[in-house]
Design a protein around this ligand. Structure first.
Ligand code: 8DG
Length: 138
């Protein structure tokens, strides 16, 4: 049986107060009204980093500086497709993010991320961010 596979890149954008940028998918998007890290599908011929910079410009109308390394890779089976979600940390480089496609955005400290209703594929990323913060407080 073949399944639909999609490769999606997402930015974990951190600000100087160590808050993380979270975005709410709109009612008309797939996986409606779930929170996500902004990004989108990698197009043919693109690498994850190039795709993510493009998606952020399109979706949030700002520029980000990406970390050199991938933060986390998640593979998750949704009922109708399998997602390979690549999360990369980022900082704002130029402009402030505007919600051009999302219905809400919020900056949250890692400890509060779990209060949102996340797309299921994002939960391991949320967990890794919380572990990172709590580890650094020990
Ligand atoms: N951008 C983003 N997408 C995510 C995350 N987690 C997650 O499961 N997804 C899913 C939602 C979508 O099905 C897919 C991303 O595709 P997309 O953002 O281009 O949105 P879409 O499917 O509505 O676009 P399209 O098919 O209409 O072109 O990945 C995440 O953190 N960020």
């Amino acid at each position: 049986m073949s399944r639909n596979h999609v490769h999606v890149v997402a930015a974990v954008i951190e600000n100087e107060a160590n808050e993380i940028f979270c975005a709410l998918r709109s009612a008309t998007m797939k996986l409606p009204k779930l929170w996500e890290f902004p990004g989108g599908k990698v197009e043919v011929g693109e690498d994850a980093f190039t795709a993510l910079k493009r998606e952020i410009k399109e979706e949030l109308s700002c520029e980000v500086e990406l970390a050199d390394e991938i933060f986390q890779e998640v593979i998750y089976d949704y009922p109708t497709f399998t997602i390979n979600l690549t999360a990369i940390k980022a900082k704002l480089k130029h402009g402030m993010p505007s919600a051009l496609e999302h219905s809400a955005v919020i900056w949250l400290k890692p400890d509060y991320l779990e209060t949102l209703n996340w797309a299921p594929a994002d939960l391991p990323i949320v967990e890794a961010l919380q572990k990172e913060t709590n580890g650094s407080q020990l």
